[in-house]
Design a protein around this ligand. Structure first.
Ligand code: OGA
Ligand code: NI
Length: 360
């Protein structure tokens, strides 16, 4: 892959701050992809789960919570989690520090400009298709795990506490991810460490993408992030507490998530859909923007080690539930979104049909 972007990179934040009243054509989505702000106003929210109750001394509370977690993973692919064990002040501080980063002058951020091979650093697009319609957002992407890919030298040096906070935050959300992996494994009927072992045990991967969605003068024509499913294992999202924006696909509608204070939003990614042989769903989601407020979110991607083959767990393949997917490494799998950009569920669906047709 070429290591420069196919077109000059434009920072969406600079466009937004230039005071334009009309967004450039590059950001205008075809009518069927636009947010259509008024219809589909679904009064619903993704499930909210108190994680402490999954460890309650009361067996009835425990099993009811496990049941709710299980149906959230099957029916929604998404849930919010409170009492998750991550320090609320750390959550507030890390969001604030990244807001300060995006508030720095453009020149101070440009030194971290990323390229389409490693993706690491300050970026403004996903995918390298020339002439693609672009999303209304900038981001900062970094590797937290495995340790050999972690390079704090590439993380922002300003604001001053940024590197330390990312280190601390990565540790805490990784712990939360580990707890959820055990819960998912038990609920799927696997050994408690089943999913984690499939991810490479302690050598699992972790990346952080901090998304910045600037104010947009024509929010009904574009998206902050186009519809996609997350290619990795699971995503632990710290949303902006004050600004909604994430929408989740449910029965053909888009449900706008109302962030619960101090909660994380958890979603199943393609790798857990594959490992669970589609019992758990990696669900399409997208982000809408607005003209009044910008929005910051931190997506921590809890991923398998890049060089392991990931396929349906053998315990979940039965004569009446044949393997729906072939095995593939995550390094190979993640090239799709890095080349084509966000494309709904196109990737996981495409490997499914190829595995089925190869059996026929
Ligand atoms: C992502 C994502 C949602 C958000 O980064 O993959 O879906 O609310 N983010 O920013
Ligand atoms: Ni996502």
């Amino acid at each position: 892959m070429n290591c420069i972007w196919p077109e000059p990179v434009v920072r969406v934040q600079s466009l937004s701050e230039s005071g334009i009243r009309k967004i450039p054509d590059r950001y205008v989505k075809p009518p069927s992809h636009r947010p259509s702000l008024n219809h589909n106003a679904v009064v619903s929210n993704i499930p909210v789960i108190d994680l402490a109750e999954a460890f309650s001394h009361d067996a009835a509370v425990r099993s009811e919570t496990m049941r709710r977690l299980s149906s959230a993973c099957k029916d929604w692919g998404f849930f919010q989690v409170v009492n998750h064990g991550v320090d609320v002040e750390l959550m507030r501080n890390i969001r604030e520090i990244w807001r300060e980063f995006f508030d720095l002058p453009l020149d101070s951020k440009q030194q971290y400009a990323n390229d389409p091979v490693s993706y690491e650093g300050y970026g403004s697009r996903l995918g390298v298709e020339k002439g693609a319609t672009l999303d209304w957002s900038d981001y900062f992407f970094l590797h937290y795990l495995p340790a050999k890919l972690r390079n704090p030298g590439k993380w922002p040096q300003f604001p001053e506490t940024c590197r330390d906070l990312v280190g601390e935050y990565g540790k805490e959300v990784s712990k939360l991810g580990g707890k959820l992996m055990k819960i998912f494994s038990s609920n799927l009927g696997l050994q408690e460490d089943g999913l984690q072992d499939a991810f490479g045990g302690e050598e699992f991967g972790g990346c952080l993408r901090v998304n910045f969605y600037p104010k947009c003068p024509q929010p009904d024509l574009t998206l902050g992030l186009s519809s996609h499913s997350d290619p990795g294992g699971m995503t632990i999202l710290l949303p902006d507490e004050n600004v909604a924006g994430l929408q989740v696909r449910k029965a053909g509608n888009w449900v706008t998530v109302k962030p619960v204070p101090s909660a994380f939003i958890i979603n199943i990614g393609d790798q857990i859909q594959v490992l669970s042989n589609a019992i758990y769903k990696s669900v399409e989601h997208r982000v809408i923007v607005n003209s009044a407020k910008d929005r910051v979110s931190l997506a921590f991607f809890y991923n398998p080690r890049g060089d392991l083959l990931i396929g349906p767990s053998k315990e979940l393949v039965k004569p009446d539930q044949p393997a729906l997917y072939p095995s593939m490494t995550f390094n190979e799998y993640r090239l799709f979104i890095r080349t084509k950009g966000p494309c709904g569920k196109a990737q996981v669906e495409s490997i499914k049909s190829s595995s089925i047709s190869s059996r026929n």
